[in-house]
Every structure is written in C-alpha cells, then in structure tokens.
Design a protein around this ligand. Structure first.
Ligand code: CP
Ligand code: NVA
Length: 330
C-alpha cells in the first residue's frame, strides 16, 4: 500500500472507531450537564479519552472537516478560547471569534436575530457571557448546536474536563467524595450537575449567604436518584474536606464581580485550600482548580505547586473534552 493510501485508510479506521462510542447527540445543545444522562456523560468522557490518546499518538480525526464554530466572548478567557480554537482545528474545521465589542450581543440587534444569522453561516456557536438566559435564548433561535462556554450560572465545559481528569486519576467515579470550597457560583452549580450525574458524593462549603442556588441543589438531588450520589452544602470547610478524594476551588470573585473583590477577600478568608485543610482530606487526595488561580487567596502557593501536575493536566483536558462535545453534537 502506498504511504498516502495507508494514511487515508488509517483516518477512515479512526472515524469508524470513534463511531463506536457515539450516541445520537447530533444537533443537541450543550448548555448544562443536567441536559444529559449518566450514560451520555460517560460516553462523552470515553470519546475524550480516545481523542486524547489518538492526538498523543499523532492519529488525526477530521470529523468536523470544513465546519465552522462561531465563538462569542463577552468575558475574558485563556483556556476556553485557545482550547476550542485548537480543538476544532484538530478536527478539520475552524473557528471565528466574535468579541462582545464587535457584535454587542443583545444590544445591536436581538439575540434571536443573531442566532438566525449565525445559523446561516456556521455549524455551531460557542458562547461565553453573563446571563444564562441569553444562552438559552440564543439556542432556542438557532438551527445549529449552541455550546455554553460559561455563564454566571454554569460552566459545563470545565466540569466535563474535570470529570475526565478524575476518571484518569481514579479509574472510575465509584466511591469518591469531591469537596468544593468557596463561592456557590457557576463552578459549584456545574459540579453539582457533574457529580450527581456520575455518582460522585459532593460536599460544598461556602460562607453563609454564598451557598449555591437552591433550585440547582434540587436539580442535583433529582439527578442523583439514578446514581445515589450524596450532596451536602455546609459552611465549615474543615468539616467538608474530611475524607475528600478531590478538593476543588475557584476564585472568590468571578468575572463580573470585580467590584466585590475586596469585600469578598474578607468574607472568604477561611475558605482557602492550604496545608492544614489538605491534612484532613483522604491520603490520596488530589486538588483541582478550574483556573485562573489567585495564589494567597482561594489556594496557597505551596498547594498550587504540590498539585500543579494535576491542575495543569485538568487545564489540558479542556481541549480533549471539548473535542468530544464538538464531534458529538456538531
Ligand atoms: N477555566 C476557564 O474557563 O478558563 P478561561 O476563563 O481562561 O477560559
Ligand atoms: N467562577 C469563575 C470561573 C472561571 C473559569 C468565573 O466565572 O469567573
């Protein structure tokens, strides 16, 4: 066989291999993990593992050949921007980045008109914005799949990558406890969905009045009926971290809350991942952080250094997890 023919054959084989994992998610939006069941999330993670392995071995997948992803950013980003753009490129497609100052989403024209126009140019829309409702509105009016790349309420792409990291480290989601320390924000909400759907017990410790939305906790409880995962929300980080296999944190002031940063530093000062806290976790515990990290605030420098390999693997996994989402829905 000529080298060129062998290369083509290997690409075709890879495409067939990937099909084995696939569910019928084509055309579906990726807005929260609650929109997927346990089997679908596990499948997405298995596709991500396969794509990661193949990428490392130099095997290519052109499943999204000539497809275009519009990427709307109303907030800053490093990981999301680069991993989506590189990810679609690795799958044979390409991205068009639209910054908020260019399109002025929801002001220059209605979100519905934006959705209808983009549906005629591109094959998928990724959006990072403030109001979760705007993403729902965009998806409702689009003929193409919409991916939520962070809203004030949810960050499902991050948690899919986190679940991939957890599976790589522990081999499965069985008998694990994840403790989240910090603000009951978009990360906490998405971790509720991700943990309850995969069967990871979750304990969240926040300051009083910074707990996750009660509606999200109830959605989590509903999702946990199938997996029997436990969820607990308390205000004591030392108690929360006891026996945890995964200790997770996020910034105290999220994008859009910059004016509250000083006030929050005082309120959250006891909600820091440090050596004393980690001593109460399980012996094999890992630390995860969605990044960006603020050393000396939600996490100490020594803990960041100690768990850097896992935390930066977690950041890398954004690429593989999002490729799995794109090949499945676009
Ligand atoms: N974790 C995360 O979403 O990073 P960016 O804000 O840099 O995209
Ligand atoms: N809660 C953070 C997550 C950053 C990835 C924020 O919304 O800014």
């Amino acid at each position: 066989m000529q080298l060129a023919t062998r290369v083509i054959m290997s690409k075709i084989t890879e495409k067939i291999l990937l099909k084995e994992f696939k569910m019928e998610l084509k055309g579906k939006d990726f807005i929260t993990l609650f929109d997927f069941n346990n089997k679908e999330i596990n499948n997405l993670i298995d596709i991500a593992i396969k794509l990661k392995q193949d990428t490392k071995e130099g095997k290519t997948h052109y499943e999204l050949k000539d497809k275009t992803l519009a990427m709307i950013f109303a907030k800053p980003s490093l990981r999301t921007r680069v991993s989506f753009e590189v990810g679609i490129r690795q799958l044979g497609g390409h991205a068009v980045v639209l910054k908020q100052d260019e399109i002025i989403l929801g002001e220059r024209e209605t979100i519905s008109d934006t959705a209808r126009v983009l549906s005629r140019y591109v094959n998928g829309i990724m959006i990072r914005t403030f109001a979760h409702q705007d993403v729902i509105e965009l998806a409702k009016n689009s003929d193409i799949p919409v991916i939520n790349a962070l809203t004030d309420s949810y960050h499902p792409c991050q948690v899919l990558a986190d679940l991939l990291t957890i599976k790589e480290k522990f081999g499965s989601f069985d008998n694990l406890k994840l403790t989240y320390i910090g603000d009951g924000n978009n990360m906490a909400n998405s971790l509720i969905a991700g943990c309850m759907l995969t069967g990871i017990d979750l304990c969240i410790a926040t300051p009083v009045d910074y707990e996750p939305d009660t509606n999200v906790i109830w959605k989590g409880k509903d999702a946990s009926i199938a997996t029997k995962a436990k969820i607990e929300v308390i205000n004591d980080p030392a108690e929360a971290v006891k026996g945890a296999n995964i200790v997770y944190t996020d910034v105290w002031a999220s994008m859009g809350q910059e004016k509250e940063a000083q006030k929050r530093k005082k309120i959250f000062k006891n909600f820091q991942i440090n050596k004393t806290l980690m001593n109460k976790a399980a012996e094999d515990a890992i630390v995860l952080h969605c990044l960006p990290a603020h050393r000396g605030e939600e996490i100490t420098k020594d803990i960041m250094d100690k768990y850097a390999d896992t935390i930066f693997e977690q950041a890398e996994n954004r690429l593989h997890a999002q490729k799995a989402v794109m090949v499945s829905i676009m």
